[in-house]
Write a new protein. Structure first.
Length: 476
């Protein structure tokens, strides 16, 4: 370990794996680890000899996606703008960069050893309309030479079919790898960071000044900790660590932290408009949502509490589930135990990109801090079904998207109403959607659905909030 550069560094602290701090997203991250790695060991072993695979000999980390609720916090900590060029080293299926491009309008470059992941990332970028802002390439990160990142010429580190491609030099680099992988890349990252131009580095779970290399068993962080790093821990609760541009101290970086998001008052939300996102879902996608929704209605109907007690401490979610399990307005939680994320990931990714892009162009309610999917609900209105409370709001959420899944001619009534303004006494006015259209609005904006008088109305509702990702209903 040494010091003496223009940026002060934090001394490495000895630790053991058991001492690694948990963060707000550890539970979701562990669930991803189980789903994408631990439960697939046999399948991954079949690719152990493949050169361009995350399970192969050149890999510095297995493919495990970043926790969805961490992504918003990571991008907020990066302080991105449209002028930035963001690299993700070990980008996997590209979901972090897709979110960065959609929410901040920046240029993104994703590099990963896994050719299948790169194909997936490129395909998703095309589906989300982000190909002009997102580039992906199969790359052996350990073969990168000094200066390669700074100039965007990655040379022979790229897969043979990719060689010759040039990329704009980065202003921010994201790295979410195992401690072993991060330790092996640290010397290169340090040289690139020291040489400039102004470059900030962001890591997840592990900080560059005390990264633990499990494979080498070095409690003092090994080669990464021997370098002089300046690391901001202002976002440590989210497991995000920032190395400011070389020459800027941690104190200077943190003093320039943008103002945090402030909750929007209901009266202010009432005065903001709802945006119509036309043609948000196609026929095949709507059929897939309805198929998942109907199945989960059946399953969750069986799980719903048979009765409520005034004395046994039923939570708000249990009360909601009880009333939504039967009757004129039934609701299924599509995010329960990660069902939507596992079964319709590309559909969810495309919706998120549209939401982030629309929010960037309008109220920017998801800016200024982390965000996560609070709930994904499938609503079925029968005759008499409604949302009739005149003060109904999606309290506690930031942004809500509702997508109409039924043709308007298939039902009568069930009009979607929104507050006509923020003035006291302002009424509600209808917003008309076609099948597949979405309405995106501040969650605290008053809204209703009038009673259905004939037919059946189905809708798909996503809520985003500043909390963590729920796995059961709106409340947990």
């Amino acid at each position: 370990f040494s010091v003496g550069t223009t940026s002060p560094a934090t001394p490495a602290q000895p630790r053991s794996p058991a001492a690694l701090a948990m963060d707000l997203h550890s539970a979701e991250q562990h669930a991803n680890l189980s789903r994408f790695l631990l439960s697939r060991r046999e399948a991954l072993e079949r690719h152990a000899g493949e050169e361009w695979s995350s399970a192969g000999p050149k890999s510095v980390a297995p493919y495990v996606p970043c926790a969805s609720a961490r992504v918003g916090a990571l991008l907020h900590a990066a302080r991105l703008s449209e002028e930035d060029v963001v690299y993700d080293l070990g980008c996997g299926d590209g979901r972090v960069l897709h979110a960065a491009a959609a929410q901040h309008g920046c240029t993104c470059v994703g590099l990963d050893i896994d050719a299948d992941c790169i194909a997936e990332a490129s395909g998703r970028a095309a589906e989300q309309g982000l190909s002009s802002r997102c580039s992906f390439a199969a790359c052996d990160l350990l073969a990168l030479t000094t200066g390669a990142l700074r100039c965007g010429d990655l040379g022979d580190a790229l897969a043979p079919a990719e060689r010759g491609r040039r990329f704009p030099p980065p202003t921010a680099v994201l790295i979410f790898l195992t401690g072993h992988g991060l330790s092996r890349l640290a010397p290169l990252l340090h040289r690139e960071w020291e040489a400039g131009p102004a470059l900030r580095l962001l890591t997840c779970v592990e900080a560059l000044d005390d990264v633990f290399d499990y494979e080498e068993g070095d409690l003092f962080g090994g080669r990464a900790a021997e370098l002089a790093w300046a690391v901001s821990r202002a976002h440590v609760d989210h497991g995000v660590f920032v190395v400011p541009p070389h020459g800027m101290s941690v104190e200077e970086w943190e003093a320039a932290e943008p103002a945090p998001r402030t909750p929007i008052a209901p009266a202010v939300a009432d005065g903001l408009s709802a945006a119509v996102l036309e043609g948000l879902l196609g026929e095949v996608e709507m059929e897939a949502v309805c198929e998942l929704g109907e199945r989960m209605l059946r399953e969750q109907g069986e799980e719903a509490p048979p009765a409520l007690s005034l004395f046994e401490g039923d939570g708000v979610g249990d009360v909601e589930d009880f009333f939504h399990a039967a009757g004129e307005h039934r609701v299924a939680h599509l995010h329960r135990h990660g069902a939507l994320q596992a079964e319709l990931p590309r559909l969810l990714g495309r919706l998120l990109a549209r939401v982030l892009d629309a929010d960037r162009r309008s109220h920017r309610l998801l800016h200024g801090g982390g965000y996560a999917l609070r709930s994904a609900e499938y609503h079925v209105y029968g005759v008499g079904g409604s949302v009739s409370d005149p003060e109904h709001r999606d309290a506690g959420s930031l942004l809500t998207l509702t997508v109409l899944l039924s043709p308007p001619e298939d039902y009568s009534g069930a009009e979607l109403l929104f507050s006509a303004g923020g003035e006291a006494g302002a009424g509600l006015e209808p917003l008309r959607l076609r099948r597949g259209d979405g309405a995106l609005f501040p969650s605290e904006k008053r809204h209703n659905v009038t009673p259905l008088t004939a037919g059946c109305r189905r809708s798909f509702v996503l809520e985003f909030w500043a909390g963590g990702a729920n796995v059961y209903n709106r409340h947990r």
